[in-house]
Ligand binder design. Sequence first.
Ligand code: SAM
Length: 949
Amino acid sequence: MNKKVLLNNYLNERKQLNGSEANNIIKDKERDRDRDRDRDKEKERDRERERDRERDRERDREREKERERERERERERERDKDRERNKEKNKERGDKEKDRDKERDRDKERDKERKKEKIEKPQVAVLKQSAQHVKQQRLKEREKDKDREKDKDRGKDREKEKDREKERERERDREREREREREREREREREREREREREREREREREREKDRPKPKDFKNKERDTEKEKEKGKDREKEKEKLREKEKERERERERDKNNIRSKEKKEESIAKTQKNITIKENGNITSSSNNSNSSLNSNNNNNNNNNNNSSSNNSSNNNKIINKSVGINGNSTNNINGMNGSNVVDIKKKPILESKKRALPSSLSSYPSSKPTTITSTTSTTTTSTKLSKPTSVKKKKSSNLKRIKLSNGGVVTKYKRRKSNDSDSSSEGSSDSSGSDDDSSGSDDSDSSDDSSNNEDSDDEDSDSSSSGSDNDSSSFDSNYSGSCDSFSDSSECDDSDCSCGKKRKSKLDSNNKLTNLKKLVVNGNNNNNNSNNNINNNNNNNNNNNNNNNNSLDNGLNTSSIVIDEQQKITTEYIEKHLGSGKANPDYSDIAVLIQKSRNKKFGFISRNFFLERTERILHEIDDIDICNCSKGSGSVCGQDCLNRESYVECNSEHCELGKKCTNQRFQRKQYSNIKPAFTGKKGWGLITNEDIEEKQFIMEYCGEVISKQTCLRRMKEAENEKFFYFLTLDAKECLDASKRGNLARFINHSCDPNCETQKWTVGGEVKIGIFAIKPIPKGTELTFDYNYERFGAQKQECYCGSLNCRGYLGQKSKSSTSTNRPKQITRWKNSIVLNHNHHVKYFLGELIVPNSSSSSSSRSVSNLYNNELSPEMELQLINSKRIFLHRNVRKLKSFYLNIFNYYSSVGSSNKKLMNITTTSTSTSTSTSTLNQKLKRKNKISDIFGI
Ligand SMILES: C[S@@+](CC[C@H](N)C(=O)[O-])C[C@H]1O[C@@H](n2cnc3c(N)ncnc32)[C@H](O)[C@@H]1O
């Protein structure tokens, strides 16, 4: 529209102005138009510029925003870092929350500021933003500064905390140190207390020593030895003088009574010798003697070359010279029998009434019984003797029942005799003494014991005491070393152990006689003529018939025997026992030896002659109905022998109720009719027992005495003694055992052999079961007695067997009878000579040995014989076979019929296998004819070849 209008206007004006004027006007108008156009353009350009500026501003704003965002991000990162830092810091100090709150506050402020900025104009906003930014930067700076300060503070806090912790730690250390110090103090206090206790003990001991002299135990012995040394020679001289005077008086009295004896006394009192003995254990003994004796001694030495002569000389003049060779190498019975070597020993003569007690020349220390060792000892004895036959001398000596023998090697032998109540009457001693021999007195005792043990004075004591379970004289025979207190289980109101600190009233058993010994020269050479020489010494007062009873008595003497304290340097050897033997008594008291052996092992031991009931009282039959009475009658001439019903059923006749009375021979346990045996060192096996006489088959050797304890106690003791070398447990029945480790008699020394000459038998005696050792074959004198432990014995662990027999099984003892039967096959596989691998092979082994119970064997065998016809479960049967090492008859029969079937089978098929037929035929006839080992072996091999068993 505008253009049309303009164009029309233009045309109209051109028409009107047609000429120059018109042209000028037109030109001016055109210029104006151009100027307008220029102005428009200019405006347009301004506008364009304005728009560009606007765009620039927009861009700036954008950039600013971008920067702002960048800063925001930067701050965000900064905050994150701060948060991270704060987190870390707050973690340590637990003030995270505070910082987060602060941070949140700060964020809020910043948000507010940002919002404010957005509201303000862009230009101002930019300025403000920059100002704000600066502010924020400063704020951040300040916050950082604060944070740093806080960090520093925290670091300091941490340092302080650490310091405090260290301080606390140090405090704790100090506390611990103090605690330890207190503990040490307490320990010292305890030690002092113990020391005081020991001091008190010593004090008490001294008191006791003053009141009632008695040999002291091992501990006291050392002290005494020291004391003796300290007191020195002066005291010895004084004593010596006293003894000399005493001797003089003694001699005078003796002269009045018996010229011969007084002469002997004089000669013996002169005799003081020193002797060096070098003993090599494995049977070689070298010795030298320095005799300060008169010509009589030299005569005696000459007599050493002639055993029999010496015996006769001895019998005539009572100068005791016995020639005897000693030497035991105990690896086997043969070795034990093969004694050799010589020994010349000077010992003091015993006073006549003191035959039951002996002072060994020196002291003992723990003897390495497991190892054959070379022992060199120097022994010297210097004692005077006192004749005690007269009451006056007894009275004089009453105050000193203790006899100490000072030895050249510094050792001291102390002898002490306990006094029997009726022994205190000196006149009775006088009378026994006047009979002319110590054995007279013992002989009278013996006759008592042989007649009837219940009439025996000692036995009476024992019987009455036994009912009080363990309070009888047996306990009194406990070694003085048997640590300070009597057994608490004893019901007795009296304690007869002077060393005991139990506080009970003491039994008065001091021997009123101080029987000092005369010096005697003893030459030991030869293991024969033992009894002869003893008999000679004892003026032949004992005959062979009394031997057993005498021996019983000697064992019983353990109840009254003296305790002997021996220097620790000295070791007990078989030679000591020989000395004992030669010390003037036909039946030496080996109970001393038993105690000494244990003493040498530093073990407490009490010699007992009847079982000691530790946990219960002994059962005594009072009701006549309970007592087994045999049907042997007086008139028939029976002596309750093999046909006695009681004997057959392993029951001893009752001494009061057996019709045969004293004729009854089935009271061997009660009368202690033991065989003549003695202990001997056997090398690796330790001590053993050898026989002093020829022993017949089935002869009663002796009772195995010990403590009767329950199975539980037994197991506990076995566990405790796990590391011990020697075990002394035997089963009594399913509930009880015998343990001879702490209390026992000589039977405890019997060793095991896989080829034994003895066995154990369980006998009912009164109301109790007792274990006896019985010979199963004739045993020549000097042979070691053994039985097979496997029948009865417990043992904590297997022990290597040194029995030396051809059929040695390698080990002795079983792990435990209480162990399950599953252990048994294992044990059987240990046997050296056995090829046993499994149960089938047992058959093989036993087929070779074919051990069948017989009626006269041990009670265990008896029980088997009772069983073998009855039905047994296969398990029980296997157990029985394994435990008893037997092969049942009916199994033999089964095997026979088995072979017979095979034989018949081959016969029926017409087999030409003659070899097989021969074998089977042999096997059917073996039970009757196979006697030699070779035959048995052949048969076994053939059978095993065929049947693979
Ligand atoms: C009842 S004691 C026998 C006395 C023992 N020898 C002693 O000196 O006291 C049993 C212990 O003697 C040892 N003993 C017995 N017979 C043995 C043998 N044949 N081989 C090895 N040691 C044996 C074992 O140490 C066994 O535990």
